[in-house]
Write a protein that binds this ligand. Structure first.
Ligand SMILES: [Zn+2]
Ligand SMILES: [Zn+2]
Length: 285
């Protein structure tokens, strides 16, 4: 690859994006190399691909949910090739795993098959129903909505008990699908989640995608960020949850500024699932 002046300038940037989907994920587009090109162009120094692995799909027989382009073996091969082509960019292998308590052993077994740097645990479905299904997100009564919200946070609470995941993905994603979003209705669960996360050394991500989706708010909301901060959690990643090269890195700087404002003093990157803490604001060099 021709290394031009623009690329060298970009390599001095400090930006990171730890939540990216490529065309390997059913809902993503762009090859690894397309995302890397954009990352360099936009001045990122480190990115982590976190394609989906969802057991509900595997069990349902839809093995291609995260397995396009010949699956994870091919994805790893693509990342290794990209590392050679973009030596100025740190490129990490991650995974966003859907949490299903009944498949926890399978989830752990899967994540040991590949040299993952970073594992996100996310809840995308409840009781076998995707969160965006009308059963959950439809025009239900407020009582039913609160029940689903509590089910969602109960699932998160269950997930953080296992101290396996590095970070929890989009911690209050339920607000995307259920418009009602009052903290009081699940405050007790949030408090338990934050304390258990701290006890089990599980972090969370500041996911900037919500600013561009129906909640018009990042995940988690500022009120939750404060609870997590007060619980003592320091393991914090940041990601755009971009599903195409065009949206890579969207609002990462805004997210870093917010974390700093709320009182977090660092943001993490991961290698072989070991965090490195970068003081906020991240120094440009
Ligand atoms: Zn997700
Ligand atoms: Zn995602």
């Amino acid at each position: 690859m021709q290394i031009n002046h623009e690329v060298l300038m970009s390599s001095s940037s400090s930006l990171i994006d730890y939540h990216l989907h490529t065309c390997c994920s059913r809902d993503g587009s762009g090859e690894v190399i397309d995302h890397c090109k954009e990352a360099v162009k936009r001045g990122f120094r480190e990115i982590c691909f976190t394609n989906h692995q969802e057991w509900i799909s595997v069990v349902g027989g839809f093995y291609d949910y995260a397995m396009r382009n010949e699956g994870w073996e091919q994805h790893l091969h693509d990342i290794e090739a990209a590392r050679k082509e973009f030596p100025m960019l740190s490129i990490k292998l991650g995974c966003e795993t859907g949490y299903y308590p009944e498949y926890l052993d399978d989830i752990i077994r899967f994540t040991k098959r590949f040299p993952f740097d970073y594992i996100i645990g996310s809840v995308h479905s409840l009781e076998g129903i995707m969160l965006d299904d009308k059963t959950i997100s439809g025009n239900t009564s407020s009582t039913v909505q609160i029940q689903w919200m509590r089910k969602y946070f109960s699932a998160i609470k269950d997930m953080v008990k296992h101290s396996y995941f590095d970070c929890i993905g989009h911690l209050d994603l339920v607000k995307k699908h259920i418009p009602r979003h009052g903290d009081d209705e699940y405050q007790d669960l949030i408090q338990d989640i934050a304390e258990t996360m701290n006890d089990n050394d599980i972090g969370f991500e500041l996911n900037t995608s919500g600013w561009h989706q129906s909640p018009q708010d990042c995940y988690p909301a500022v009120s939750l960020l404060k609870i997590l901060k007060d619980a003592g959690i320091r393991k914090v990643a940041i990601g755009s949850d971009s599903h195409s090269p065009e949206t890579l890195g969207q609002d990462i700087q805004k997210g870093l500024d917010l974390l700093k404002r709320v009182g977090f003093d660092s943001v993490c990157t991961f290698s072989n699932r070991v965090p490195t803490y970068h003081p906020l604001p991240i120094q440009t060099h």
